[in-house]
Ligand binder design. Structure first.
Ligand code: P6P
Length: 276
């Protein structure tokens, strides 16, 4: 029941967050703990989701990209949230999303303790993709209700790829890999993980924010970005990796721990792991 309540709370919040974006494009003077400049929308979406999720009976801890520490709110699940993933796209009016991971464990933990993961995509349509009980389902959530669109399954033939970071900052092995696959696939990279992962889940392919020469652990956070998205993509029939192993096997020992992220079709992820 608690998991349904958490997912329903996110679905209900989605149109509220979307309608609150136009007036919150301003940059605050604050940075989040990862050193990223916060928009008014980041802080507001986090407060809204923290309040709604924290009030649910059966939620024990709330962790967020926008908060330094995990907040104890009761007993039960750890819920890890990226309230507005890709919020820099708000200034350019491009898609962004909300990511939620529901863990049956507290830190330190791994993605294997996820019992559900979901993302909301604020695109032309406000949709929500949920992975739980071995299935991935897409919903339209324009009115705050989860209206079932259908099952999500990674297409067998990959079509698109998107890699974050600067080419000059990629390790040589990553650059060689991208040179190989760009002859086979079409580039789709929009600067918001959720929108780029949605391309992969829809058309097949691979999304990555790889390890960088300047940042060997990459940019994305394991607890509320890498593991929940890996859970969704693997449940949809794909693979994930940090370059060496499934992201679901990487231990999160701190809230804002970063990890390289590769998610997509099995063959593409296997070929990546063989290179790096
Ligand atoms: P870059 C957004 O800030 C984010 O966390 C992900 O949504 C996205 O994939 C990545 O960072 C974009 O990073 O360096 O391309 O701006």
């Amino acid at each position: 029941m608690t998991v349904d309540e958490i997912l329903d709370a996110v679905a209900t919040a989605a149109p509220e967050i979307r309608s609150g974006l136009p007036g919150r494009r301003t940059k605050t003077d604050e940075q989040n703990v990862s050193g990223e400049r916060q928009l008014a929308a980041d802080v507001w979406a986090d407060e809204l989701l923290g309040e709604r999720i924290g009030a649910i009976d059966g939620v024990g801890h709330y962790a967020s990209e926008e908060r330094e520490d995990v907040e104890q709110v009761g007993e039960g699940h750890l819920v890890a949230v990226d309230p507005l993933d890709g919020s820099s796209n708000l200034l350019s009016n491009n898609p962004m999303g909300t990511i939620v991971g529901v863990y049956d464990d507290d830190i330190p933990t791994t993605g294997r303790s996820l019992v559900a993961a979901a993302y909301v995509l604020y695109g032309p349509i406000t949709t929500m993709v949920v992975a739980r009980d071995g299935a991935v389902t897409e919903y339209v959530v324009e009115d705050g209700k989860r209206r079932d669109v259908g099952a999500v399954s990674l297409p067998e033939d990959p079509t698109v790829y998107g890699f974050g970071g600067r080419v000059t900052d990629w390790p040589p092995a990553v650059e060689e890999y991208v040179t190989e696959i760009e002859a086979e696939l079409k580039l789709r990279y929009g600067g918001a993980m959720i929108a780029d992962v949605s391309q992969v889940l829809t058309y097949g392919g691979i999304f990555a924010y790889p390890m960088l020469q300047s940042r060997p652990s990459g940019k994305l956070r394991l607890l509320f970005e890498g593991a929940p998205i890996a859970f969704i993509v693997e449940t949809a029939g794909g693979s994930s990796s940090n370059g060496a192993m499934s992201l679901l096997d990487v231990e999160a020992t701190s809230v804002h721990q970063r990890t390289p992220v590769f998610v997509g079709n099995d063959d593409l992820v296997d070929r990546l792991e063989a290179r790096v």
